[in-house]
Design a protein around this ligand. Structure first.
Ligand code: ATP
Ligand code: MG
Length: 213
């Protein structure tokens, strides 16, 4: 494709992305929450948006099926970032990754006595690195959603998940026992496209940069 393709996911990232794209004169022709279309035209003839799962954004950009994408640091760390240039932290979709456990579970004591802990998470790569660095013995259990349920159902002692207000943890009687890192969303660019389509991409990247809060 001669124009630019941008990979975006629905949900919280999309909403916060709109003002940044608008700064580059890019306004999607339809709301992906309402439309079933997966390819959406924009106010610019040379720009289209593809709607993919949040965790698939880096893959589309890595293989050049999209030139640009917006993805959370959580998703990028799990993907590994191969083939991606990450020029901008967009300062949107901010939250933190943490270890959480049931309010009645003494996580610190379990760690001190060197217990082996079952940890349920969507973020296997980040969790593995975190616990290895702390010397905590863990069995990692991969889940695709609703991590909060795992300790309540007896699947795991603790979880690694994203938290913003903490209300979901609270509603499930879980407490944050360790913070792992701050998370926000980043612009990702296909490395080959950045060279081949430089005249098209550079002004878009610059306009987005200028609109970051
Ligand atoms: P899917 O629903 O397709 O499985 P997802 O659940 O990861 O994907 P979202 O919940 O929209 O999709 O999350 C997208 C991104 O938003 C995450 O990768 C993360 O960077 C960020 N995010 C997730 N939870 C929060 C939160 N509570 N507050 C702020 N940002 C968040
Ligand atoms: Mg979701």
């Amino acid at each position: 494709m001669s124009g630019i393709t941008i990979a975006l996911s629905k949900g919280r990232i999309f909403e916060e992305t709109l003002p940044l794209l608008a700064a580059a004169g890019i306004v999607p022709a339809e709301d992906p929450e309402k439309s079933r279309k997966l390819i959406i035209d924009t106010s610019r003839d040379d720009v289209r948006v593809v709607i993919v799962r949040a965790s698939d954004v880096p893959t589309y950009v890595q293989y050049g099926a999209a030139d640009l994408g917006i993805a959370g640091k959580d998703v990028l760390l799990e993907h590994g970032g191969v083939g991606l240039y990450q020029p901008l932290d967009l300062n949107i979709a901010k939250c933190r990754m943490c270890v959480a456990a049931p309010a009645g579970f003494d996580y610190a004591a379990a760690v001190r006595r060197g217990a082996r802990l079952r940890i349920a998470t969507k973020y296997i790569a980040v969790a593995r690195e975190h616990f290895a660095a702390k010397g905590v013995h863990v069995d990692l259990i991969k889940l695709y959603g609703s991590m909060e349920l795992a300790p309540l159902a007896g699947l795991a002692e603790a979880i690694v998940d994203l938290v913003s207000s903490g209300s979901t943890l609270k509603a499930n009687n879980l407490v944050e026992v360790e913070q792992i890192m701050s998370i926000s969303s980043r612009l990702v660019v296909n490395q080959a496209a950045l060279k081949m389509k430089r005249e098209l991409l550079q002004p878009v990247i610059a306009a987005i940069e200028g609109a970051i809060k």
